[in-house]
Write a new protein. Structure first.
Length: 403
């Protein structure tokens, strides 16, 4: 089978996902086009250099609707003969774009792809597209639907994680992210966002709160206690599904959950012939990809079974992986991953994660693949695994191997 190689990976900085965030003035199409242009410039791509642009985004309405991928191509300097495909696997959309592109190449359907994703959460509100799993009683009742924050608290309750553990992980994420920026570990991959006059709008992640302490987080109220216990009482729904739980321990809040931000990320993937034709050297190969469905109520445990699947399918063990990127959607997701595989915290999210820098839904999967690759190169290591939990109960994973 043809190998699929990563030739480049880049991302924008992440802006606060609010009207006063630095990227709020930039449309989803404009930011996507800016990043596509940067990818083409960095690798010298001209004409019909890639087979397709596969672009993930979660909230596919308004400016993020109508096949944003094609709109981004037309708004960019890419050749109009390159089509565009928008996909949505919730929080794993950016990763699934990369995985789909890699598997197309492995199957012989084209020599190269630009893949990644975007989410402008300050401009297109999360959940504004509606979702049957959340609003259709014919689906919500039989699946015992609860919001993601409740799901994260169910994980903490089921697997015995405390508020103190979650807060300590969040503070460490802030510390690692601040150190990574101070040491310019992201410099290779960051594409600053400029305005039409060429002035810098944003050139670093702005959501971070590096001075955060455990004592600071201890003062925050649990974000999902009221919706769980008062109205509309999702705790009772959860306990219908998990009757062995006497109560739900609400440990998550804004400080130990992922931040709402704007951002985009892209990966250039191609076969060996593409690299030779464009004078590019591959940085890594995509060794394996996987996705899986999981319990839709607890919802966010997907990184564990999908990692088991990808390792099994690849004939690998957890000890074969040098570094891990596990999206920090909520602290309990990462705590559960480390517990399940007995993985050292020193190998997981070593440059911080979404609790510190934010989670631009459709972009995050591509972001963590790029971050993983940069860090493997920096440490001169070989193999990394990136994985995310996904809304409504799914998981996705990618294993990359430096070449």
């Amino acid at each position: 089978m043809t190998e699929a190689y990563i030739y480049d990976a880049a991302r924008t900085p992440r802006g606060k996902g609010r009207p006063d965030g630095s990227l709020h003035e930039v449309t989803s199409v404009a930011l996507s086009a800016r990043l596509l242009n940067a990818m083409a410039e960095r690798s010298g791509l001209k004409g019909h250099a890639v087979e397709d642009v596969i672009w993930g985004n979660v909230t596919q309405v308004k400016e993020q609707g109508g096949c944003l991928a094609r709109s981004a191509v037309l708004a960019s300097n890419l050749d109009e003969s390159i089509p565009g495909l928008s996909i949505n696997r919730f929080c794993a959309s950016g990763m699934e774009a990369v995985n789909l592109a890699a598997n197309q190449i492995k199957g012989g359907a084209g020599d190269a792809y630009l893949a990644g994703g975007i989410e402008m959460m300050s401009r297109v509100g999360m959940g504004s597209d509606g979702a049957a799993i959340a609003v259709d009683p014919g689906l919500t009742f039989p699946t015992y639907f609860v919001p993601q924050g409740i799901s994260a608290d169910i994980i903490a309750t089921e697997y015995g994680f405390t508020r103190e553990q979650a807060d300590a992980l969040a503070v460490e994420s802030q510390r690692r992210a601040a150190q990574a920026w101070a040491e310019n570990r992201f410099a290779k991959s960051i594409v600053p966002v400029l305005d039409q006059n060429g002035l810098t709008i944003l050139d670093r992640d702005e959501y971070m709160r590096p001075g955060t302490t455990v004592d600071d987080l201890a003062k925050l109220k649990a974000s999902f206690a009221d919706m769980g216990q008062v109205m509309p009482g999702f705790d009772k729904v959860a306990m219908l599904k998990y009757p062995h739980l006497a109560e739900i321990n609400h440990i998550h809040h804004a400080g130990n959950s992922s931040g709402i931000v704007d951002g985009a990320a892209a990966v250039l993937i191609g076969n060996e012939a593409f690299g030779k034709a464009h004078g590019l050297r591959p940085r890594a190969r995509i060794r394996a990809t996987a996705k899986i469905g999981t319990d839709p109520t607890i919802m966010l445990t997907g990184p564990v079974p999908v990692t088991e699947k990808i390792l099994r399918d690849s004939g690998m063990s957890i000890g074969d992986i040098d570094l891990f990127e596990v999206n920090e959607a909520f602290a309990s997701v990462v705590l559960r991953f480390m517990q399940a595989f007995d993985v050292s915290p020193d190998l997981v999210n070593v440059n911080g994660g979404a609790m510190a820098m934010g989670h631009p839904l459709g972009a995050t999967g591509a972001i963590i693949i790029g971050t993983l690759l940069d860090e493997l190169e920096r440490r001169d290591l070989t193999t990394g695994l990136a994985t995310l939990c996904i809304a409504s109960g799914m998981g996705a994973a990618t294993i990359i191997e430096r070449v």
